[in-house]
Design a protein around this ligand. Structure first.
Ligand SMILES: Nc1nc2c(c(=O)[nH]1)N[C@H]1C(S)=C(S)[C@@H](COP(=O)(O)O)O[C@H]1N2
Ligand SMILES: [Mo]
Length: 197
């Protein structure tokens, strides 16, 4: 007989089996990129869009800015509450590129070929953004300088650091952790940690 997963009661803000930390742990696979000249950097928006974009660092920084406060939840068990992020709303970027009807998924491309995937509705959610500032400080290289995704309603691995490309796609394309046993969607409140959850 299957009794389902045993879950501890939790407050409404902290997902099951997460511990709140006030630190800001650094977690990633691969190397931290350091840029000596921001001319080396660009952000590409491509795939199922009316107009593919290649934005310079200055062009990104000059887009309309938003600020959000939210909680983040890493699949390894830490949550950090009340993060204030500044950056560009994901929906704003999508609007500028003119996302086509055919786009159903978003693939975020980071440095070194690292990717993560999510349904387009999750990317276009009001709280999803590309951030350059955390709690009033420019992102450090370790935390994603110059630009990282923040998708706070999914486990934090979906929040790609060092984003260089945003691909709108008709089909889903599993990303780095998604290929390595993590859940394809990753809702922390449903504890979708691993592919079998
Ligand atoms: N490019 C890239 N982004 C990434 C990762 C990674 O390995 N590469 N790891 C993810 C994971 S598992 C987490 S928990 C967060 C950690 O962000 P932080 O180091 O700023 O806390 O980044 C996410 N973004
Ligand atoms: Mo993570």
């Amino acid at each position: 007989m299957y009794f389902g997963k045993v879950r501890k009661p939790v407050s409404s803000r902290v997902p099951p089996n997460q511990n709140v930390t006030t630190a800001f742990p650094v977690l990633h696979y691969g190397n931290v990129p350091y840029y000596s000249d921001m001319q080396e950097w660009s952000l590409k928006v491509f795939g199922e869009v009316e107009k593919e974009l290649s934005l310079s660092y200055d062009e990104v920084m000059n887009l309309p800015q938003t600020e959000y406060k939210n909680d983040i939840h890493c699949v390894t068990g830490w949550s950090k509450l009340d993060n204030v992020w500044k950056g560009i709303s994901a929906a704003e970027l999508a609007k500028i590129a003119g996302v086509k009807e055919a786009a159903k998924f978003v693939i975020l491309h980071a440095e070194e070929g690292w990717t993560t995937n999510l349904p387009i509705d999750d990317f276009l959610k009001e709280t999803s953004m590309l951030a350059h500032t955390h709690n009033g400080e420019t992102l450090t290289p370790e935390h994603g300088f110059p630009l990282r995704a923040v998708i706070p309603h999914l486990y934090f691995w979906k929040s790609a650091k060092w984003v260089r490309g945003i691909e709108f796609s008709e089909s889903d394309k599993t990303g780095f952790w998604e290929k390595n046993g993590y859940h394809n969607y990753g809702d922390p409140f449903k504890e979708q940690r691993f592919s079998w959850d």
